[in-house]
Design a protein around this ligand. Structure first.
Ligand SMILES: Cc1ncc(C[n+]2csc(CCOP(=O)(O)OP(=O)(O)O)c2C)c(N)n1
Length: 277
């Protein structure tokens, strides 16, 4: 890897750390939030917004922008924070997260700059992503569509209808990312309703699949740069992650799927995360 690539990775890791700190900041301001699924997605989101997606924060409706849909909408703390870092609106708005005026609630609101779809009811983002990707093809536009899904979310059957449609249509301009943190709202996914063998299921549905470590920035960047993985097929990034990543007491437990964040907890979390370089 060249020194230039190493510098890019260092920058992306720094954005990811800033993002984790901003996620906790937003949920501390709100008093509570979906820490687990926001933190597991932080490295992926940093790589998307600071390396991969072609967007113009100063022109959110730019017709050729790449589309990103956070289908696991409860992780809105992470989406709002990364949009702020990317320049869609001031980071200081995170200090009024869940506030009436900010358009930043528990789930993404399409009225907020940078948000492509109001989500929150699980299982809808991939279907809309199929429509966006098909629309790009019909309009002969080159934008790409990325949809992020939770693993627990995959228990919604609508995802598999959308997966079939995307493969049938040969949508190579569509990528789904599964934030595969193995934990859902009230238990480990495999205990409640198992998904394995998950990669094989997506392959059987006609997707081209790559597995990666969703916290290894080099692995994430390589997986993004290699898209699409096959001609005339949608791509699936199966990103192995840890729920609550970055703060020991929040990691790998459904207790931190959603929880209260008081002053003391917030300070403990920031101390564990450390300061960006
Ligand atoms: C249709 C629907 N059913 C139930 C919920 C409540 N709910 C919110 S998050 C969640 C668990 C999601 O688990 P997962 O997709 O693994 O999310 P992550 O671990 O990435 O946070 C549930 C059941 C919902 N938002 N939508």
């Amino acid at each position: 890897m060249s020194s230039n690539s190493e510098a890019i990775l260092t920058q992306l890791r720094s954005e990811a750390l800033r993002l984790r700190r901003n996620i906790w900041r937003a949920f501390h301001a709100a008093g509570s939030g979906h820490v687990g699924g926001s933190s597991s997605a932080a490295d992926l989101l940093a790589a998307l917004y600071f390396h991969y997606l072609k967007q113009r924060p100063e022109q959110p409706e730019w017709p050729d922008r790449d589309r990103f849909v956070l289908s696991k909408g409860h992780a809105n703390g992470a989406l709002a924070a990364v949009l702020a870092q990317a320049g869609y609106f001031p980071e200081s708005l995170l200090d009024d997260f869940y506030g009436y005026e900010t358009l930043m609630g528990m789930h993404p609101d399409i009225k907020l700059a940078g948000v492509e779809m109001s989500t929150g009811g699980l299982g809808h983002g991939l279907s809309v992503g199929v429509g966006m990707a098909l629309g790009a093809r019909m309009q002969k536009r080159g934008f790409r569509t990325i949809v992020m899904l939770g693993d627990g979310e995959l228990q919604e059957g609508s995802n598999w209808e959308a997966a079939m449609a995307a493969a049938h249509l040969g949508l190579s301009n569509l990528t789904a990312i599964v934030d595969f943190n193995k934990v859902q709202q009230s238990n480990h996914v495999q205990e409640l309703l198992g998904l394995e063998p998950l990669a094989d299921k997506w392959r059987a549905f006609g997707w081209s699949v790559r597995e990666l470590d969703g916290h290894d920035m080099a692995d994430i960047v390589a997986a993004l740069d290699a898209l699409p993985y096959a001609p005339e097929m949608p791509s699936l990034m199966l990103a192995h992650t840890v729920k609550g990543k970055g703060v020991s007491f929040a990691e790998d437990t459904y207790l931190w799927h959603q929880n209260m964040v008081d002053d003391e907890t917030y300070q403990k979390a920031l101390a564990e995360l450390g300061e960006p370089a």
